[in-house]
Design a protein. Sequence first.
Length: 436
Amino acid sequence: MSQQQTIKTEAELSGRGLFTGLPATVRFKPAPAGSGVTFVRADQNPPIRIAARIDNLSKRARRTALRNGTVAIETVEHCLAAVRGLGIDNLDIELDGAEVPAADGSALPFVEVLREAGIEPLAGEREVVQIVEPIRVSDGDAELVAWPGEPDRLDIIYELDYGADTAVGRQIHRFTLEGDSFTREIAPARTFVTDREAEQLRAAGLGTHLTYQDILVIGEQGPIENAYRFPDECVRHKILDLIGDLMLLGSPVCGRIYARKSGHNLNHELVRKLGEQHSAAHLQALLSGVPKLDIQQVQRTLPHRYPMLLVDRVIEVEGDRRAIGIKNVTINEPFFVGHYPRQPIMPGVLIIEAMAQLGGILLSRKLEHTGKVAVLLSLDRVKFRRPVTPGDQLVMEAQARRVKSRTGEVYCQARVHGDLAAEAEIRFMLVDAEPN
């Protein structure tokens, strides 16, 4: 395993957004080990942080956008590809507008400013998402197939096919991400559209500020008032987009990927499937390992006792950001006596209570030295997906959304055999702890 990395000093890049045309400045800042890549809308008060994760994806056409509440950041894929290509794991990316600057439509300007800032190793091993089983996603004749490959290496074969009667035609490129191969072979490849697509975008009010020098527009005879950087620049840019979208897993992906005519939507679907595969393998390893908090430690954290203590152990804790806990559901639970005698089902309110208790454990790590305790305040977006019955193991996950001086918000999920059983957004009121 290699060490995590960030940048040594801050760096800046300014320009106009590819789709909106609005001016913006992006500022790259070093970040500590384990923090990942986070975008920050610095023009908001207070600044809004949006982790580069698939959970924060906002559906858009022809680009990748992230959202936190009503605040979004558009066209992040070229920037994220540069981050992956340089092997950077932790970075804060501040932005004073809604769209990342397009620069020349490639990842090369981002690579250049990040390299100028310098790459610095951190005290922490890099976590890699290894593809362990084949996965295929498709949409019509477009497809993505991922399967295991060399450890700690990403190999991509991309087949682009616009048809024999177009200037783009059919292009195939094989790429291995290692050393400075990304900077040489992929980063310079620019965004491209056909002249017909360009007309459609302008008619929709997008990219109206762009000239033929700002974006690669391909007519019947090739680039209009421009020239290719590579004979197969179009397929190389598709690989660039795929590398950037894969960064939404939160860790570098290693394995082999074959792509045919895929775009951002299919890339995102592959990221979701890879995330599910990685989470399942990670969870299995946690379940067979030593818990972070056993039942004695849980009891020292929570005031609940039988029959209302609904967390048996905590198997993973990531600082004060995320926790995974277990509730083993047995036929001996007292609520099964009356719910229901002939068809025992765990009451939904108790599933919510179990998730809330895990959320309280998570918040307690932030509140440990503040003299505050978390008390359930409200519930939102509560959904039950499947029944929980005797013999099931409820695997709960709590993610801290925001914690203020008086309130805290946690998003929780509960799963059985990997299937979602319940989810909820839970808000807590932070009150003064009673003296011992």
